[in-house]
Write a protein that binds this ligand. Sequence first.
Ligand code: ADP
Ligand code: MG
Length: 620
Amino acid sequence: MALLQIAEPGMSAAPHQHRLAVGIDLGTTNSLVAAVRSGSAVCLPDEGGRVTLPSVVRYGSDGEIQVGAQALSAQKTDPANTVSSAKRLIGRTLADLQQEHHYLPYRFGQNERVIELNTRQGAKTPIEVSAEILKTLKTRAEASLGGDLVGAVITVPAYFDDAQRQATKDAARLAGLNVLRLLNEPTAAAIAYGLDNASEGTFVVYDLGGGTFDVSVLQLSKGLFEVKATGGNSALGGDDFDHRLFCHLLEENSLSQLGEQDSQLLLSLTRAAKETLTTETEAAVSATLSDGRTIHTVITRQAFHNLTQHLVLKTMEPVKQALKDAGIGKADVSGVIMVGGSTRMLHVQQAVGTFFGQTPLNNLNPDEVVALGAAMQADVLAGNKPDGEWLLLDVTPLSLGLETYGGLAEKVIPRNSTLPTARAQEFTTFKDGQTAMTIHVVQGERELVSDCRSLAKFTLRGIPPMAAGAARIRVTFQVDADGLLSVSAQEQSTGVQAQIEVKPSYGLDDDTITQMLKDGMSNAAEDMAARARAEAAVEAESLIEAVSAALTLDGDLLEADELAAIEADIAALQSRLKNGAAEDIRAAVAKLGRSTDNFAAKRMNRNIQRALQGQSVDDI
Ligand code: ADP
Ligand code: MG
């Protein structure tokens, strides 16, 4: 895994030269950059001594671009040109956002492939916004480390799909950063803990950030980190606690319908109050609204906990599911790693402690732990630790599969498979003489393609014409260590090959992933019925096709009433295909089969006669 050590001209000590590499936690709310210095990972501060950079970018009126705290404070007065939470938009499309309930104060462009935000400096994509954040961190790191970076490890939620990972890589490229690896955030956190404490066993990473909740189950043993399962909720985080408190304030002060600026002001004050309540037993919110009304409300910690306890409980469902997916019970968990600023809240700590029956690990700063782990991984990948390598194993969050005839999804790589991974599966042609095949790659847990998310389509051409079912097409799925998918396909007897890099036209949002996972479980019975129906339909269609072809060739063998009976049975089967259940279709298939028995016998006789014509008995 380590890069080759390259001796630079004139530097005899080159093999021992420390190569500058950083870890970047590109967060929804806050981003950080860290590096290994004198053997230990530290977060790098800005000139003001702050390590967290608010993930906010403002496109100013004079062509200036502000990133961080300055942009965050301008958000109240200039919301349309100030972009926050770009991570929620990266690798996604407008269509994805229509299912999103969060209010977004932006003017969206109409591009269907990538989200565009119309700012006074023109249309900006979330990729460009993220690139500004990365650029700021890169500049900070180079100033602080005193040299050019060889590369960076950038963390992404374990749940990020192919499009979101690809878009994150694109942002890094725009920022002029060489990506050594995209690393899952919980894995980075575990690296930080695992190396510091030389821990072994099964660990749960509980990451409650500003806008998202991620949970992962990891197996740690000497130098080996294996992700056993991942889960979460992409619409649950500190923002929801702010919002609940905000609504409480509106109620307490009998306020409704606030303007944009007043809302932003109150939201930032409630967030500050929430953070205060982590260390104080009460906090006050005082503000003067734009119409001159004043607000002064004191909130106790207990009241805040009562208002938001349901949100804390909501995090436990994905926790239970992840344990189930990993095939373990609470008692098997050696430690629970707390990540994300929101895990500072005391009722979160308490709930997690109670659920697992143990005090969660929180001796590392929950804001910094992801960046620290990423920095350690970057140090290894940059070749600074030739004998201190660890092997990192991550998993795919959703099953990957192919559409097969009848709209069924055939799973090729089941979810929670260890990365990197490659699996192959053989498929065959459906029609006689079929020379091309479209390979449709889908992601999701459901049986029917229409219920999964389409990732990409590509076509394999030049299949030699063969009888239906004779061609053997081997499709290989490869998911690399960054979680990016590529698919190749080859016809086995001729070696005809087609290949694509899966570059989906739209992203798969986390809500959809969560929903797809849920649907996959709750709809298992329904899906089985749908699968049975689709299979019956495939059989029916091929029978209709075969009978129709035979009628064209040898229809003259039939009496008029025989022909009418067969045609009536075909029509009956076609109508069952439109709206019948699996059993109805099968019954109609059987009926058509019976009514064509005599026809088949007549055809066989004719074919034998044809074969015999012009041949002497000796030839046979
Ligand atoms: P992300 O991973 O989404 O970028 P972070 O891990 O930085 O987010 O967490 C940001 C969230 O943590 C915000 O909602 C912030 O209000 C919350 N937070 C930070 N410090 C505290 C604190 N002391 N008490 C409660 N919440 C906090
Ligand atoms: Mg985070």
